[in-house]
Every structure is written in structure tokens, then in C-alpha cells.
Design a protein around this ligand. Structure first.
Ligand SMILES: NC(=O)C1=CN([C@@H]2O[C@H](COP(=O)(O)OP(=O)(O)OC[C@H]3O[C@@H](n4cnc5c(N)ncnc54)[C@H](O)[C@@H]3O)[C@@H](O)[C@H]2O)C=CC1
Ligand SMILES: O=C(CO)COP(=O)(O)O
Length: 326
């Protein structure tokens, strides 16, 4: 029996629901926690979550709104939006009885504090062991059992490896890492860049521009990551380049879809979480504080904030001085 037999997933949105199916498929006892009691009761009885329609939860997955029940698990995955991660871990902390691994599955940076997800966990639950899971993985694909690979990082390599053993299956392949910062940077930054690429596609700038913007986006993601201590292989791995490629090329991505709508001059899709919208201002504040040039992310933040028009932003990027490629 692996070290982590029971798994709790906090947050019953699309990603939390998909991760619950992953853990069940890997043979774990799974509890999916929804903060809304009615929502929990409805999913528990229908086995279907409207946030991930068409995916039936197997009968062995316990769906609850009782936090104390979820807190008893051997490992806990937090799948709330990034800006709600602190609130969720704060609520959980008083129920924890030991140094349980808490794995952040959200992609973002906290507003105001500029903290990455594992730092928020370390502050909100000091006794816990923070980890991060990120990589190219649409909830729908994962829940349907389509093949997916992600990175799971914790400071302690043995812990990261044991968590991977507990969650992995033939269709969900986590790779372990100790580069926690690198993994969380990739997941947060790629959402902002996906909005940029969506805008370019929506504006019909062509496939060449899409490839160029994705690549220059990666250049600034990597510049940011290197300055903050991330390893090159992480930035070029699943949580960096891998997730960037996925989200910058598919309308299935909510961030890409947001950009696409903006580029076409349409309204943003209603009721869809696009984390890049929240991450953009924090990312550029952090970059500015470290003197890191991130022109694409800056353009996205300025467009979202109404400080510039899409056409002015595109023109601004295209008329930057020519320079060496780095
Ligand atoms: N949907 C996807 O394909 C993937 C999503 N993610 C990340 O997972 C995070 C969540 O995204 P989704 O599940 O897609 O969003 P979603 O909008 O489907 O669901 C978010 C869920 O979080 C719940 N929630 C909000 N605040 C909460 C709190 N304080 N405590 C407990 N639950 C709370 C909401 O009620 C909702 O059920 C985001 O950071 C996203 O970037 C990561 C990989 C894939
Ligand atoms: O993070 C994701 C895929 O790896 C999901 O992307 P969106 O949040 O843009 O839908």
C-alpha cells in the first residue's frame, strides 16, 4: 500500500472534479470537498458536476461539504482559483492534525502579497508540507482518461516521488521535481501569455504571428523564471513550455478563449474562470520589481486594464527596437 492511501480534493470545480477522478483511478480513497452544501449534495446524488458536464463520478468518490472529513486525508489537493487558495487553506488549517502534504493545483500569483501558491500554503498552514502540481492538462481531457503528463514538485524529492506514486496511472503521468518555484512560475505565467496569443488569433494576425508570439512569450516566461531561481529544464518542461504550447494553441483554454473574444472585438465569455486576467497585473508588478522585461505580459495587463487598445498594443510590440535573440 502506498504511503498516501487517502486523498482529499478541496474545490469542486472543473479541475478539482477531474483530479478526484485521477486519484480514484490511481486506486486512492477519494473525498471531494465543495464549500457549498447544496452543491455537494447534488453532485453526491447525481454523480455529475455541472462544472464538468458529462463526466460521471464513480460511486467510491465521497462528495462532502464537511471540511473536517476532508482534512483527515493523507494528502490534500487544493483546486480552488488562485485568489481563493489562502482562504481555503486557512479554513483547512485548524482541522489538520499533522504534517500533511498540501498540493496547490491552482495556477496564479496572489494579489497584494505577490506570493506564489506554495508560499501561501506555508503561511496559512505552517505544519503542512507544500507541493505544486502543474502542466498541460485540460480538466475535461483528464477526467475522460485521455493521456496527460504534468509535473509535481516538492522541496523534498522523496516526498515529491511518493506523491507521484500515489496519483499516477497509465493515463495520468506526473513527473516529480524539487523545483517548486519553476513549476509554479510556468503555470502562472502561461495563462497571461495565452490571452496574448488568443488576441492575436482573434485579430487574424496569422499562424506565423501565433508561433512568434508564443515563442517570444516563452522567452519572457523563461527570463522571469531564471531571475526568480527556476531551473532551465523546468521552464522548458511540462509546466513551462508544455503548458504554454497547450494553452496558446487551443480554444479549449479559457485564457486563450478570452483573448480570442477580445481580439475579435467580442465580449469575454461569461462565467468562465480565466486566471491570466488575475495574474497579469501581479506578474508585471513582480517583473517590474526585479527589472525583468516582459513586454507581452505588459501589453496584456494594459489591454485588460483599459490602459491601451488592442491595436495600439500590437503596434507597440511590433515597433520595439530590433535586438539580439535571447
Ligand atoms: N480547468 C482546467 O482545465 C484546469 C484548471 N487549473 C487551475 O485550477 C484552478 C481552478 O480552476 P477550475 O476548477 O477550472 O475553475 P472552476 O471555475 O471550474 O471552479 C472553481 C471552484 O472553486 C470553488 N471555490 C472558490 N473559492 C473557494 C474556496 N474558498 N473554497 C473552496 N472552493 C472554492 C468554486 O466554488 C468552484 O467550484 C485554477 O487556478 C485553474 O488555473 C489547472 C489545470 C487545469
Ligand atoms: O491550465 C490549463 C491547462 O493546462 C487550463 O487552461 P485554461 O485555464 O486556460 O482553461
Amino acid at each position: 500500500m502506498p504511503a498516501f492511501q487517502s486523498v482529499a480534493v478541496i474545490g469542486a470545480g472543473a479541475w478539482g472534479t477531474a483530479l478526484a477522478t485521477v486519484a480514484a483511478r490511481a486506486g486512492r480513497s477519494v473525498t471531494l470537498w465543495a464549500r457549498n452544501a447544496e452543491h455537494a449534495a447534488r453532485i453526491a446524488s447525481t454523480r455529475d458536476n455541472p462544472r464538468l458536464p458529462g463526466v460521471m463520478l464513480t460511486p467510491d468518490i465521497v462528495v462532502t461539504s464537511e471540511l473536517a472529513l476532508a482534512a483527515r486525508a493523507d494528502m490534500i489537493l487544493i483546486a480552488t482559483p488562485a485568489q481563493h487558495l489562502r482562504g481555503a487553506v486557512n479554513a483547512l488549517a485548524s482541522h489538520l492534525t499533522g504534517p500533511v502534504p498540501i498540493i496547490a493545483c491552482a495556477k496564479g500569483i496572489e494579489h497584494g502579497t505577490h506570493k506564489f501558491m506554495t508560499d501561501v500554503i506555508a503561511e496559512a498552514a505552517p505544519a503542512a508540507q507544500p507541493a505544486i502540481l502543474s502542466g498541460p492538462s485540460f480538466a475535461d481531457d483528464v477526467a475522460r482518461g485521455l493521456p496527460t503528463a504534468v509535473t509535481l514538485a516538492a522541496k523534498d524529492e522523496q516526498l515529491a516521488s511518493a506523491l507521484v506514486q500515489a496519483l499516477g496511472s497509465p493515463t495520468f503521468r506526473p513527473y516529480h521535481s524539487t523545483d517548486v518555484r519553476g513549476v509554479e512560475i510556468g503555470g502562472a505565467a502561461k495563462n497571461v501569455l495565452a490571452i496574448a496569443v488568443g488576441i492575436a488569433v482573434g485579430r487574424k494576425l496569422g499562424a506565423s504571428a501565433q508561433a512568434a508570439l508564443t515563442t517570444r512569450g516563452f522567452a519572457e516566461l523563461a527570463r522571469f523564471g531564471r531571475t526568480l531561481g527556476a531551473r532551465g529544464e523546468t521552464l522548458g518542461g511540462l509546466s513551462g513550455l508544455g503548458d504554454l504550447i497547450l494553452t496558446c494553441s487551443s480554444p479549449q483554454s479559457r485564457n486563450f478563449a478570452l483573448g480570442l473574444a477580445l481580439g475579435r472585438g467580442e465580449k469575454a465569455p461569461a462565467g468562465k474562470l480565466a486566471e491570466g486576467e488575475s495574474t497579469a497585473p501581479v506578474l508585471i508588478e513582480l517583473a517590474a520589481s526585479q527589472n525583468i522585461e516582459m513586454p507581452v505580459s505588459q501589453a496584456v495587463a494594459a489591454i485588460l486594464d483599459g490602459k491601451t487598445t488592442i491595436d495600439a498594443a500590437i503596434s507597440g510590440l511590433l515597433t520595439r527596437p530590433f535586438k539580439a535573440e535571447e
